[in-house]
Design a binder for this molecule. Sequence first.
Ligand code: MG
Length: 202
Amino acid sequence: MKIICIGRNYADHAKELNNPVPEAPLLFMKPSTALLTEGKPFYHPDFSSNIHYELEVVLKICKNGKAIQPQFAATYFEEVGLGIDFTARDLQDVCKQKGHPWEIAKAFDHSAVVGQFVSKTSMPSGHIRFQLIKNGIVVQDGNTEDLIFSFEYLISYISRFFTLQTGDLIFTGTPAGVGKIAIGDRLEGVLEGEKILECEIK
Ligand code: MG
């Protein structure tokens, strides 16, 4: 399986990091070794002193597809969940300055945390409100109605370049409020009022 992530898909987050709002989806990938599941703790690596959380809605791909037309894209995912795109911001800033790829800052081991997945049919109205709670305080509060590129557009766009396969995950971008983690932090992800993700930093 592969993990495809979208950068800068909420205008308020692009702004907080002084990035332009993209004209086309900004893609990067994480390998399967980046995945951290089932509420396991995240062990803070020593190569970064500024790892940020980024809470994102995650789509779980349910069938194989290539060059998917937008009008059929919704049939390629049945479940949604929450994930944290851990980002070594200090390493990423150096990569960005040098014009280098982001992998060491974005795709390291356990940098893609996912919680439980829920049926998308349980979502009211199509829009999803989601929050990251850090040590009991809400630090990110997003709503997919603010997405720059919709889930359907992303699936169609991604599948022009990369065949999507059952089990692939798409991290759809983070809203404003990203910040640094520290050892001892407890992160919780809430989707439409239901806690479906937990991760302790060790
Ligand atoms: Mg992200």
